[in-house]
Design a protein around this ligand. Structure first.
Ligand SMILES: C[S@@+](CC[C@H](N)C(=O)[O-])C[C@H]1O[C@@H](n2cnc3c(N)ncnc32)[C@H](O)[C@@H]1O
Length: 376
């Protein structure tokens, strides 16, 4: 770590294109007195309240509370120059004493751009090489926790937004908060990568042999990822799961809608994963049914809430409140590999098991069921 840290009176938040209003509403609520600055698709800046100098831990909490922030950094504005050499010189002048441990070079959310702009917005290889040469002590790419990171967000081929953050949580180590792992070729759907990012983001720990059900399992990428962690998986979905996944030992499919599974069949699961293309309120209803089923053993939830329109994000806090009513502590993030949706990971508060089922029966821990019967 290299101190002292540079200062900056602006914050920049990068997000999925379209989520800017959500960023603005949640940031100004969490940080009263901050005011909105520049605004582009995928990028919003804010002026900090006068005299406020938030610590890296404050900024981590702020980023987490925004939920849809991909990256958040102390911003010292834009550098606008027609070529890389000029921009690099201006950058050095702007940050004369700063030494960085890592450099994150990334574009605005590419989904925001028309095809022609995409080419312009992708940082060029020469740009990366120039930055690496200008800051030889810094690593270009994924940072380590504790690193002071130079953020260089390319916005068109002639300007950068620049600033810095202190890496800490996993997603703050990834350039732009973008999950750096590609989808391996042998996976049946992108849901594999999404779940992999959720596990890395929230440091989810499974224990081998745990029982998990996935609501909305087809075609099966997420089940594949769960099976690779050594879990016993029941995929619940009226649509068929890919035969590659169906053949993996430890997997069973119940071909039905979540609400058609009898409550008595839901009580053995320790984890509930949900990724259904239905309204968030219906997803919550289906998840709630599993975790409050009489005798439920559920201790963890990984739920994707698909947001039909970002205007529905005003309901985010109420949705998270639902997890608390079931006795779970939720954390949420719009994953970089996900679409217009939010991933919620919730662990049972205090690690306790549910006290009672809906019917008043005691939540007695069940003996681990034998291999599940395939659904007929
Ligand atoms: C985004 S896909 C799931 C992707 C999957 N998790 C994977 O890993 O490949 C959404 C799935 O939700 C299923 N679905 C929608 N409503 C459902 C319900 N009420 N119960 C169970 N599955 C449902 C759909 O059939 C669809 O296969």
């Amino acid at each position: 770590m290299n101190d002292p840290e540079p200062r900056g009176e602006y914050l920049l938040v990068a997000c999925q294109a379209g989520a800017e209003d959500v960023v603005a509403a949640r940031l100004t609520q969490a940080l009263p007195g901050s005011t909105r600055g520049a605004w582009r698709r995928g990028v919003v800046t804010f002026r900090l309240p006068p005299g406020l100098d938030p610590s890296p831990a404050d900024l981590d909490r702020l980023r987490d509370s925004i939920i849809v922030a991909r990256s958040l950094f102390r911003c010292s504005g834009q550098i606008h120059w027609k070529d890389d050499a000029g921009r690099l010189e201006a950058l050095r002048e702007r940050l004369p004493q700063a030494r960085f441990d890592a450099i994150h070079l990334y574009p605005r959310d590419l989904r925001a751009l028309a095809a022609a702009d995409v080419v312009a917005d992708m940082p060029r290889r020469a740009t990366a090489a120039g930055l690496a040469a200008a800051f030889p002590e810094a690593t270009l790419g994924v940072a380590r926790p504790g690193d002071l990171v130079l953020d260089c967000l390319s916005d068109g081929d002639d300007r950068w937004w620049i600033g810095w953050h202190r890496a800490q949580a996993p997603s703050t180590c990834w350039p732009g908060g973008l999950y750096p792992r590609p989808l391996p070729g042998d996976k049946v759907s992108r849901a594999w990568l999404k779940l992999d990012e959720a596990i890395a983001t929230f440091a989810v720990e499974f224990r081998e042999g745990q029982q998990v059900c996935e609501l909305g399992a087809s075609p099966g990428g997420a089940c594949q990822r769960l099976l690779e962690s050594g879990l016993e998986v029941v995929g619940i979905d009226p649509a068929l799961v890919d035969p590659v996944v169906a053949a993996i030992p430890g997997f069973t499919q119940w071909r039905k809608r979540a609400r058609d599974v009898p409550l008595r069949d839901l009580r053995g699961f320790e984890w509930v994963v949900a990724d259904m293309n239905i309204d968030p309120t219906s997803t919550l209803e289906a998840v709630g049914r599993v975790v409050t089923a009489p005798g439920s053993r559920a201790s963890g939830i990984i739920a994707t809430l698909k947001i039909p329109d970002w205007s529905r994000a005003v309901e985010l806090d109420a949705w998270l409140g639902q997890f608390r009513t079931w006795g779970f502590t939720p954390q949420a993030r719009q994953l970089s590999t996900g679409g217009r949706e939010v991933c919620v990971v919730a662990l049972r508060t205090g690690g306790q098991r549910p006290r009672q089922g809906r019917d008043g029966s005691a939540g007695v821990r069940q003996a681990r069921p034998a291999r599940r019967r395939p659904d007929r």
